[in-house]
Design a protein around this ligand. Structure first.
Ligand SMILES: [Zn+2]
Ligand SMILES: [Zn+2]
Length: 172
């Protein structure tokens, strides 16, 4: 869904969109969208600004990725709100310094005649995901000795920890 500045000059654009898995590409990030993405909100031009777009809304989705520890499937249900400001990229060239006076609001830039809602949502989803992708905080991972998934099978392997203090005592 394209949020065009021309249209925003005339009216506020409300959206209530559902994107089925596959509509937005996450393969580059090794991510999979496992449930439909639903987003509602509105886009408008900020008054007395030069084509500054404000997009407010909420979204819900479930993403999936490979667990960093056990290589199983890790699911990330996301449900969040956003309030974003975008300025035309041409502003950067015009002004030496870009003033951000919207407090804590995030500021982005757009090129051309507007923004794709899909790109806005994609960015929000990537920002919302944790750095470490694990299936659960308690994930035991893969045994470094026998290679079994320790969440599924308890193995008897002992990972030997060498404690130098005791070794030094024994050598006395
Ligand atoms: Zn795991
Ligand atoms: Zn093992």
């Amino acid at each position: 869904m394209f949020l065009s500045v021309k249209e925003l000059e005339v009216r506020k654009i409300r959206f209530d969109e559902t994107f089925a898995p596959g509509k937005i590409d996450f393969t580059e990030e090794d991510l999979e969208q496992s449930l439909s993405l639903h987003a509602t909100g509105a886009a408008e031009l900020v008054e007395e600004s030069e084509a500054q777009i404000r997009i407010q809304g909420t979204y819900s989705v479930e993403m999936a990725a490979q667990c960093d520890r056990c290589l199983g499937r890790a699911r990330f249900p996301l449900n969040a709100g956003f309030d974003l400001y975008y300025r035309p990229a041409s502003d950067i060239a015009r002004e030496e310094e870009v003033e951000i006076d919207e407090g804590d609001a995030e500021m982005g830039f757009y090129e051309g005649g507007g923004l794709e809602l899909e790109d806005v949502l994609r960015e929000q989803i990537l920002l919302a995901l944790p750095m470490q992708r694990v299936c659960s905080e308690a994930c035991k991972g893969i045994c470094p000795v026998c290679g079994k998934n320790r969440n599924e099978t308890a193995c008897d392997c002992h990972v030997q920890k060498i404690d130098d203090r005791w070794g030094a005592l024994r050598n006395l």
